[in-house]
Design a binder for this molecule. Structure first.
Ligand SMILES: Cc1cc2nc3c(=O)[nH]c(=O)nc-3n(C[C@H](O)[C@H](O)[C@H](O)COP(=O)(O)OP(=O)(O)OC[C@H]3O[C@@H](n4cnc5c(N)ncnc54)[C@H](O)[C@@H]3O)c2cc1C
Length: 315
């Protein structure tokens, strides 16, 4: 793998191994990746290509073992965080955990839930990441995005992003928007209270989620909401199907919580896909509930995988 700089000085690599760029530690080679450092790099890349895959910290993305044909833009080197009074402006590739720690340092509340989420700000906005009753959209003011359709950078208000449970227009219109930066308004609070909330959140995660020493992509399915508005735990449904510990080759359902799938032994994207389809199919057959997948799939698919992803990708 050789680093080459294009004429406009964007760092790029051909045949790039993404194993250390996704939290599932899937081995997947991208034909070409670009490490962007600013907005101009992204504008320049869209002069070259019409369709790219944007990668934050890869904590919700299942890369294909057969590789990635689309050019990949990696945002993690575009990571400035700048506080001004009770507002903060954050570039897309910034780590949300760092954001949480920095906000606490300035006695600013609103990002306590981000501690323990191994994500970039751009990925968190795209997925409307949330936990412990808070979500990234709660304290958002606006987002700067590149809109591929209009070939322009625009500023979107929170309302224009149409946030819902783990969803936004960035996710529902894949490939159209690139989050460049976002502005948030936080609330001044006692630093000790903020720290206590972050510690409690960390302890909660230790009890109910696998750490990254068991490579995973977080919750596989959204918690379904029944027609009467009741939210039920996807993990419990999967557990009632007797699937905790269920394995296909290198991938398996975590023994302690049914909504996590672990890369136990060099799993392939097809092992992972087959396990999550088994979870989906079992819950459908037993409870007549169609679970909605939270994971984003990227890259070349085998024929059987393509069939499964057609069923799983519903929104
Ligand atoms: C251990 C663990 C714990 C987790 N806990 C939680 C949790 O509590 N709550 C929660 O909501 N999620 C959780 N997740 C899932 C995941 O962290 C979130 O979905 C997160 O928002 C993904 O961010 P990312 O930067 O890793 O995104 P990636 O996986 O890199 O990308 C996800 C999607 O966002 C798009 N995207 C990324 N950056 C941009 C950008 N700049 N512009 C446009 N699109 C972009 C990608 O193209 C892709 O479609 C967890 C995951 C793990 C592994």
């Amino acid at each position: 793998m050789e680093c080459i700089c294009s004429k406009n000085n964007i760092e790029f690599y051909n045949n790039f191994q993404l194993k250390n760029f996704n939290t599932l530690k899937i081995s997947s080679v991208a034909d070409i990746v670009y490490f962007v450092k600013g907005e101009q790099d992204i504008l320049d890349i869209f002069e070259l290509y019409d369709d790219v895959h944007v990668l934050g910290w890869g904590s919700n993305t299942l890369f294909s073992t057969f590789g990635i044909e689309k050019p990949v833009i990696i945002t993690r080197k575009m990571s400035d965080i700048s506080f001004r009074h009770d507002t903060v402006e954050v570039q897309a590739g910034a780590s949300v955990q760092k954001l949480s720690v920095e906000a606490c340092r300035f006695s600013l509340s609103g990002f306590e839930f981000l501690i323990g989420i191994p994500a970039s700000m751009g990925g968190a906005v795209a997925m409307n990441a949330g936990a412990h009753g808070q979500s990234i959209s709660d304290c958002l003011i606006s987002v700067r995005m590149y809109d591929k359709n209009d070939k322009k950078i625009k500023v979107f208000s929170k309302d224009e992003l149409l946030f819902s449970y783990r969803n936004s227009i960035v996710k529902t219109q894949p490939g159209r928007f690139v989050v460049l930066s976002a502005k948030f308004k936080l609330e001044k609070k006692d630093k000790n209270l903020i720290k206590k909330m972050m510690d409690d959140n960390t302890q909660f995660r230790i009890n109910v989620q696998p750490s990254l020493s068991l490579p995973n992509l977080g919750s596989v399915f959204k918690n379904p909401i029944l027609p009467d508005g009741q939210k039920i735990s996807a993990g419990k449904l999967i557990d009632k199907c007797g699937l905790k510990g269920f394995r296909i080759l290198g991938a398996g359902v975590w023994e302690k919580h049914g909504n996590f799938v672990i890369n136990y032994d060099n799993c392939t994207s097809s092992d992972y896909t087959n396990v999550i389809f088994k979870m989906y199919d079992s819950v459908k057959k037993k409870f007549n509930i169609e679970l909605e997948c939270e994971i984003v799939q990227a890259g070349r698919l085998s024929e059987p995988e393509e069939k499964i992803w057609k069923i799983l990708k519903k929104d």
